[in-house]
Design a protein around this ligand. Structure first.
Ligand SMILES: [Zn+2]
Ligand SMILES: [Zn+2]
Length: 110
């Protein structure tokens, strides 16, 4: 990939157009099959992750855990998501908003 391509992909317009083409692909039969396969593979590759997420979902449903309304990273009030710093400890979660959550995972990769 050229540096220009990379820059474009990081720009808002680039991301939007990538998202759109991904959406179009997902709407096709081929795309749906590929997505199902990827999801299944993801679960095989990340069993801890799937178990951890399930544990939290069940705990919330059963009222064992309260989902807070503020992000523990930036403190904003909005819908927060559970983040597992360690997937082998399903009940140790941090609650973060979507943008912060994305940043956390982006940081992990780099
Ligand atoms: Zn946040
Ligand atoms: Zn996370």
């Amino acid at each position: 990939m050229t540096p220009y391509m990379q820059m474009w992909m990081r720009s808002a317009a680039g991301r939007e157009s990538l998202r759109k083409s991904r959406e179009r692909y997902r709407a096709t039969e081929k795309g749906r099959v590929a997505m199902r396969k990827a999801n299944a593979q993801h679960r095989i590759d990340n069993p801890d992750k799937a178990i951890a997420r399930h544990a939290i979902q069940n705990a919330i449903r059963d009222g064992k855990i309260m989902r807070p309304t503020t992000c523990s990273v930036c403190g904003c009030v909005r819908k927060v998501e559970s983040h597992h710093p360690d997937y082998t400890k399903p009940f140790e979660v941090v609650w973060v908003c979507r943008p912060c959550h994305r940043d956390i995972h982006r940081g992990e990769k780099e």
